[in-house]
Write a protein that binds this ligand. Structure first.
Ligand code: GDP
Ligand code: MG
Length: 443
């Protein structure tokens, strides 16, 4: 354990209440984690202030360490800042045809998201949806939306050359009324950056169509710019909801917190891929963990505490800290995990584990598979377990034969170990900053 933080938390323990200096010291690490997740600086400041207000003076519960308690408060405040527990759906409380206006910078994913929302509304809610592209900037833009409409099996506004975005919007609404559509999704053109002409254009469209939803589409990778973008669009058109795209990437999604703080509008949906069905409801609890870079640490701490004994956890934490986590530990970890319940549900709580979770889900991980993995590891020599890098083709063959599995099985296990130790390293990085390691070692 890093001596400094232990010191902080030891003092906290003795006092029995969280005091200002100590909380601020712990929050310095949280602040770094937020900046690292690309949360905009002013938003970080507000967030820290809120946590401090909540934490200072709070009695430390007997059953948890002060460190865990701070983690819990940070997590709670984050979930609230992101909109509280649960997802907010699209507002469709308006007379048909209901206009939904899509705004955002170029390349943020407006057109793709228009198609995704159309698919969802038509499949899940059986709404008759019309897609209309008002993008006269890029020559192929209207065609792109038309193709998406075909794939989604929804209507699209016929393309007429030479019309302005405003004229197209009017035609879309007329067509929707005449052909009795329930919802009209108006996909606008973006610009590479905020400019006055763009804002004026969306403003006019907004005024002319009076949409039930004005959805700001933002790339999850957006960093400090998120605040400016959100502010510009919100001032011009009054954003009613936010869609975060590219949540399937590596971005921690700090933009969500920034956008929400600036506009006050809920994040309604997230995009998780290029395919039309890659649209999810926004779950504040999950994204909170992702932004903090520690997964659902609170839930993990709660569940793990029931099953992992302190000695085991401390040993693992030390190994992670030293970077000596090897296949032997991986085997021990697998055993603990079977005790804790389904591996995939635990992994779902960890940051960046979605891919691993999917792999495991795909492999239909169950007790049988865990036993097979244990067999593979026990067919390795001690040296192979300590330094898995030396396991090349001939060793793989031997291990497979020894454990009654295939070389593919051995490869898969080594890949999982790789992914997991990568994850450990990332968790440990935050741990160096104090938070996670304290949480884990205090189990
Ligand atoms: P627009 O300029 O705002 O209309 O952006 P587009 O909808 O044309 O999207 C730009 C690119 O981002 C396209 O290649 C999309 O396939 C891709 N894209 C959109 N949403 C997502 C997402 O959620 N995940 C990933 N990986 N790619 C996305
Ligand atoms: Mg577009």
């Amino acid at each position: 354990l890093s001596g400094k933080l232990t010191g902080v938390f030891e003092r906290l323990r003795r006092r029995g209440a969280l005091n200002e200096t100590d909380v601020m010291e712990a929050l310095r690490e949280v602040r770094l984690a937020l900046l690292d997740a690309d949360v905009a600086l002013p938003v970080v400041k507000d967030f820290i202030a809120k946590v401090r207000e909540r934490a200072v003076g709070q009695e430390v519960l007997d059953s948890v360490s002060p460190g865990q308690q701070v983690v819990k408060i940070v997590n709670d405040v984050m979930v609230e800042a992101l909109g509280g527990a649960g997802a907010v759906g699209l507002n469709l409380n308006a007379p048909a045809p209901i206009p939904i206006l899509m705004v955002g910078l170029q390349g943020s994913g407006k057109t793709t998201t228009s198609g995704k929302i159309a698919l969802r509304l038509s499949q899940r809610l059986r709404r008759k949806v019309l897609l209309a592209s008002l993008d006269t900037q890029r020559p192929a833009a209207q065609l792109q939306l038309q193709q998406l409409a075909e794939r989604a099996g929804v209507g699209s506004l016929p393309i007429v050359a030479g019309q302005t975005p405003l004229q197209i919007a009017a035609r879309a609404m007329e067509t929707a009324r005449r052909e009795v559509y329930d919802v009209v999704i108006l996909d606008t053109a973006g610009r590479l950056s905020i400019d006055a002409a763009l804002m004026e254009e969306v403003k006019q469209i907004r005024f002319a169509t009076n949409p039930a939803e004005t959805l700001l589409v933002v790339d999850a990778m957006t960093g400090q710019d998120a605040v400016n973008t959100a502010k510009a669009f919100n001032d011009a058109v009054g954003v009613t909801g936010i869609v975060m795209t590219r949540m399937d990437g590596d971005a921690r999604g700090g933009a969500a917190l920034s956008m929400r703080a600036v506009t006050g509008a809920p994040i309604k949906l997230t995009g998780s891929g290029e395919k039309l069905d890659a649209l999810e409801d926004f779950h504040p609890e999950r994204v909170a963990g992702r932004i903090l870079g520690m997964g659902d640490v609170v839930g993990l701490v709660e569940r793990a505490a029931e099953t992992i004994d302190q000695a085991e956890a401390e040993k693992l934490a030390r190994k992670m800290a030293k970077g000596t986590f090897d296949l032997e530990d991986f085997a021990a970890q697998l055993k603990q995990i079977t005790k804790m319940g389904s591996l995939s549900s635990i992994l779902g709580m960890l940051p960046g584990a979605a891919k691993l979770q999917q792999q495991i889900g795909d492999a239909n991980l169950d007790q049988k598979m865990l036993r097979r993995q244990a067999a593979i590891i026990s067919s390795m020599t001690a040296k192979e377990r300590r330094t898995p890098d030396i396991i090349k083709a001939s060793r793989k063959k031997r291990i497979a034969a020894g454990s009654g599995t295939t070389v593919q099985d051995v490869n898969r296990l080594l890949k999982q170990f790789d992914d997991m130790s990568g994850m450990m390293k990332r968790m440990n990085k935050l741990g160096q900053k104090g938070l996670m390691r304290h949480g884990l070692s205090a189990l």
